[in-house]
Design a protein around this ligand. Structure first.
Ligand SMILES: [Zn+2]
Length: 318
């Protein structure tokens, strides 16, 4: 009992600093922030508009994107015959779809560390990043579409992009959700179930609402422990039970997983497959040539980035 209590206390403190831990562990292997400054000098994709022209253009853009994202739904991965799924080399050779990873969307506070700010995108910066994606003609896609594309070569909308949000932060619901809605974008929310209902995190009802509104809920473990350290019962605690919890909340199968800190090892992949996952997401590291569907790359959209820097990073990183 005492040991259990200590473990819970550890988990609670680990939770509040999850984004910071992510910063410490992944920045060294993620070169995207280094390319940002140089990328800043490249030409912007969007002319600056003002007054009513900008408002009208924004409304047109929002309507166009809402229409474009209402295409035919992708097949469930389980319905795709094994014989139709390409080999690893073919999947790896397909052009990568840009995938962005966000954490907190809020204005910086005095106590936020330099490293943490890569994981905290200020509200106005976030809105400008998303508007840039819409104005640049990007179409948000969801994981079943990505899976069908990678596994079978199914076509995607023009300029596809996937937007993902990790760690269950409440501002993903209160800030990101209405911003994405304005442009008809859908997203993937990778939830760690220990945080559900806590202050500053989303509730079960909010997660269900995101799912009901056509977004996809993925698993991000129970309490954000590093997958590379799991043994025995950890697979049940961190993967199996949280997946069931999310399936109960959403009423849908949970098929996609994001590794905490982007860290994975080959032993994790069969464990994830056994528990219903069909693909998993890392961060900016290289994909595994043996199992590219379980090492799909994402870049962290940094809190330091202007919309222009984000655009250049997307072009350079994928
Ligand atoms: Zn995380």
């Amino acid at each position: 009992m005492a040991a259990f209590f200590t473990f819970m206390q550890f988990s609670y403190s680990a939770l509040s600093t999850a984004a910071v831990c992510a910063a410490a562990l992944t920045l060294s292997s993620c070169n995207d922030s280094k390319t940002a400054t140089a990328a800043e000098t490249s030409s912007p994709t969007r002319e600056v508009m003002s007054g009513t022209a900008a408002v009208a253009a924004e409304e047109d853009s929002a309507a166009a994107h809402a229409a474009a994202s209402a295409g035919t739904p992708a097949p469930d991965p389980a319905s795709i015959p094994a014989s139709k799924i390409a080999d690893a080399a073919t999947i790896t050779a397909r052009p990568q779809v840009p995938i962005l990873c966000y954490h907190q969307i809020r204005d910086w506070r005095a106590k936020d560390s330099k490293g943490a700010k890569d994981y905290i995108v200020p509200v106005e910066a976030f809105k400008k990043q998303i508007q840039m994606l819409a104005d640049s003609g990007y179409h948000s896609i969801l994981p079943d579409q990505l899976y069908a594309y990678l596994a079978t070569g199914a076509p995607l909308p023009s300029k596809p992009i996937m937007l993902t949000f990790d760690d269950t932060d409440l501002d993903q619901f209160t800030v990101a959700r209405p911003t994405l809605e304005k442009y008809g974008f859908k997203a993937v929310y990778f939830v760690m179930t220990v945080s559900l209902g806590r202050p500053r995190y989303m509730s079960k009802a909010q997660v269900k609402q995101l799912s009901d509104e056509g977004n996809v809920i993925g698993s991000h473990t129970w309490d954000h422990h590093n997958v590379k350290k799991y043994q025995g019962q950890d697979w049940v605690t961190q993967i199996e039970k949280p997946t069931k919890t999310l399936e109960e909340i959403t009423g849908k199968d949970i098929k996609y997983f994001a590794y905490p800190f982007g860290l994975w090892n080959p032993e994790a992949i069969p464990q994830l497959k056994q528990r219903g996952m069909v693909a998993a997401f890392v961060l900016a590291e290289k994909r595994d040539p043996q199992d590219p569907l379980f090492t799909i790359r994402r870049i962290i959209a940094s809190g330091y980035w202007s919309a222009r820097t984000l655009h250049n990073s997307i072009v350079q990183s994928f």
